[in-house]
Structures are given as structure tokens and as C-alpha cells.
Ligand binder design. Sequence first.
Ligand SMILES: Cc1ncc(COP(=O)(O)O)c(C=O)c1O
Ligand SMILES: N[C@@H](CCOP(=O)(O)O)C(=O)O
Length: 556
Amino acid sequence: MMAMPALSAAPGVGVRPVVSVPSCSTSSSSSLRSSSSVGQARLSRCLWQGEKKLSLLGRKRVLETVASAELNTVPLSEVASESPARNSDRRLDNEDIKQEARRHNRNEPCTTFSAKYVPFSPGIVTSEEYSLDEVIYRSKTGALLDVQHDYSALKKYDANYWKNLFDSRVGKTTWPYGSGVWSKKEWVLPEIDNDDIVSVFEGNSNLFWAERFGKEFLQMNDLWVKHCGISHTGSFKDLGMTVLVSQVNRLRRLKKPVVGVGCASTGDTSAALSAYCAAAGIPAIVFLPANKISIAQLVQPIANGALVLSLDTDFDGCMRLIREVTAELPIYLANSLNSLRLEGQKTAAIEICQQFDWQVPDWVIVPGGNLGNIYAFYKGFHMCKELGLIDRIPRLVCAQAANANPLYRAYKDGFENFKPITATSTFASAIQIGDPVSIDRAVYALKNCNGIVEEATEEELMDACAVADQTGMFTCPHTGVALTALMKLRKQGVIGPNDRTVVVSTAHGLKFTQSKIGYHSKELEGLASTHANPPVAVRDDFGSVMDVLRQKLSLR
Ligand SMILES: Cc1ncc(COP(=O)(O)O)c(C=O)c1O
Ligand SMILES: N[C@@H](CCOP(=O)(O)O)C(=O)O
């Protein structure tokens, strides 16, 4: 058997665009051109540089396809309705998915969009800014950074344009837009070359109607669960990691000194980092707190070939160390301290609006630990509102485990004082964090959406998981924390019976089976395990089986 280090179970988008949409380029340096001669020149470049391998027939098709988009103002609705026929063209001999995409991707607006790092200092005017190609995580004053998009460029396209564009990309395999993150590329990392993107077509996670749980337990008829855990590595972290690792891929191509990518983790960030780095052939280094993550989470970076360091400390200790190490060595920091991650994570919020046909839910409940995700959700909704796709931002609820509740404590204090704590053991082990790096981002997000912070005890979160599971879900403990917050707010009448509410499920329950086994075997110390459903041991004979069935099913 493989020797494991001491890291075992924890206890736990038809409106006419205002400009034409030429798009044969995948290059960040391309700009919007309307003259036909310039269009022809670009066309030739595309054909003879990027598409060297096309057959004569292929070249003719590209000429026809791109020329119509280059030389005319093409209503997006028409472009979209034409594309299935073109997309039914088979991939050409010797053409891979990226080359095929260059041929088909004429819906893509030319890259006039841009983004940069600015200090995260709401209300303070500063000229400080950095290119996304710089390796930098903090401002001159030590503040967090934020990725700022060029809204004046994005606003040249109206809300219907964006809705139709995003909608036209869902459910396709076109590189890279088959990804729920990259389907929103213009709002995420607009300048990255499509060839640098590292994606496993993450996102597009299901948003399902939790009918029985809502109606039977909460008298709610509009309760939804956004299942971000049904994902490549089983958590929402894939959304951010595709962005971060893609940018690292670009930095390495630009010959920037990045020998690897590192993170501290409670299990999910490390799993996502390892998988995306492995897909790109980039070394991954992960710092894990010994004995504080689940076996399923531990085995993910091991299997994906990451360098796994098991440290005799908690997550906050690992976080301190990785920050020191990444300041010394050319290792790129992959935690959400790095604002690139949040650009991917915010697409979950945009996706929720899209899944509701661009209607806004009343409430969105998100479990919080290092607190990047609650800000990412706020930013996603805020961007939709700024660009006119929605008319308001939902109220956000951040849910914390009572054993790891620094934000809850600060909230109760009117956000006047924030004090880091030493988080204690919780079944929601991925949010056992006492000194969250994104505290400022979280407080800003919650203040700006009239948000709420709730907490869940161990008993409450495990019971919430059990009850939800018995309505057909298979929840992770963090989702149990969010469900507990929902139950409390519903009971208090804060959330109404007809409020459209989305609970964000951040990880797949299959990553956390140990705590479920403990609960259903009534082996969790200090917990009544009220909803336990242990297996019934039965003797191997017909009579015994019949006796048990009669008794359990109340049959005579
Ligand atoms: C499964 C799961 N849920 C929720 C969270 C909390 O997200 P954040 O750290 O962005 O607050 C994390 C990580 O911290 C996580 O791994
Ligand atoms: N739950 C996280 C904790 C680290 O959060 P991050 O978003 O800052 O990377 C994990 O899985 O490691």
C-alpha cells in the first residue's frame, strides 16, 4: 500500500450590435477595424499564418465565412442562427480543436476589451495600476488588488448583445467557449490568447429546483441549489483555477520567471490547482495542514503529480508560509489572495442570472472561509448590473461554521472590529479558517448588498446535510452550513416563503463521505445524529428479511 503522509481524515446573451463583430484573431493585440481593405489584410494573415494547414476547400470556406463577418455589420442574431450549419462542418484533417475554433469563432468581438490590477481600496482614488502580466498580489500600501475591467469598452455593447452572446455559447464544445467561465471571456480575461487557455470546460453547473426540501422543510416554493461541486475536481475552485493557470501559462510563454504555482489549502484549492497544472504541464506545489483535510481531497494532488507538503499547522499557518515562500521563490501564488482567481469564480453569479433567463434571485447563500468567493459573487452580480443585464443585486448571505466564524463575529459587531481567531475543528473542514485573507473584500460586498452573515454549529450543519440528503441531494458539510443559514433566516421570517433563494453548494458530497459515515453510524462524538439512517444488519434467511421489511415498512 502507498505510504501516506500524516494527512488523514478531518473530523469532521437578437439585437444588432452597434459595431460589426470581426473575430478571426485570437491575439490580444488585435483591434476593431471596419475598412474592407484592412479586413482583407487580416483575413489573409489568418489564412496564411494561423491556418497553414487548411485544405483548399477549407480556405475557401474560411474566406466566405470571415469575409462576411469582416465586411458587414452582422446582427448577432443572424450570426448565431447561421452558426449551427457552419459548425456542422467536420474538423479538417490535421486540425485540432483550437485550430477549428479559430475557423469558427467569428462571433467573438475583436479584442478591444482590457483589464488591469488596481488596489482594492473602494472610495479611494489612486493612479496605481498594474498589468495582469506582472507578478503582484498586493498594492504599494499592502492592500488587496482587484481586477478592473474597461467598462467604457464593454458598454459599447448593450445588455442584449451580452445576453445573446453568452447564451449562444452554452452547451457547445467550441474552444474555449464551451467552458462556463470562458463563455464570458470578455468579462474575465479579455486579453488572453485563446491558445494559452487551460480549460476542462468547467462551469455551466446545474442550478436545480430543490422542490421537496423547500416545500416540506421550509414552506418555500422557489428554492434552488447551484451545484458548483459538480465540477472537474468536485468544487467551485475550478472556476477560478482555469483563469489563474491560463494566465500562468501565458506568463511562461512570455518567458516570465515562473517555475511553478503554489497554494495553501484546506483541500479544494489544492485539488483544482494540481489538476489544471497537470493539464498544462506546469509544476504545482501545495501546502496542506496535516490531518485536517479529507482523504478524497488529499489523494487529488497526489494523483495529479503535485509536490504535496504536509505541514504540522492549520490552514492559516500554511497560508502564512506560502506567502513567505512565494515572496522568495519564483512560485506563483494560487490562493484567492490573487485576484485573478475571483475573475473566474464570479462567473457562477453571472451564470445564475443566465439560468434564470436574466432574472435576479432575492437571496444567494454562500459558505465562507477565506472569503474570496462571497466577493466574487458580489462582483459577478455587480458587473451584470453595471452592464444593464440585471436591475438589482441579490442580498447575499455568507454562512460560516461556528467553529470558524471570524466574519460572523465582526458582523455581529457592526463590522466595526475584525479580529482573526484560531479556528477549531469542524466537519466543514474546507472552511476551517480563522484569518481570512479576503476579509476587506467580504465586508465591502456584504455592506453593498445589505448582506447577512449567519453561523452553523456542528450539530446544525450535519443535521442540515442529512435532511437535505434525504430529499435527494448529497451535500458536503459546507453546503450544510449554507443550508443551516437558510433554515435560520427562514425561521426568523427574514427569508419569505416566496423569495427566490439560491443556496450555493460549493463542493461535491463524495469528497466528504467520512463525516457522513460517522453521522449515519451515530459515531460522531457530541452529536445526536438525529436523522441517522444506518444500514440494518439482517440474517441471510427469507424469514428474517421479511420480518425487517414488515416492521420498517409498517406492513402486517
Ligand atoms: C468547499 C468549500 N466551500 C466553501 C469555501 C469557502 O470559500 P472562500 O474561501 O472563498 O470563502 C471553501 C474554501 O474556502 C471550500 O473549499
Ligand atoms: N477552501 C480553500 C481555502 C483556501 O481558499 P482560497 O480560495 O484562498 O484558495 C481550499 O480549498 O484550500
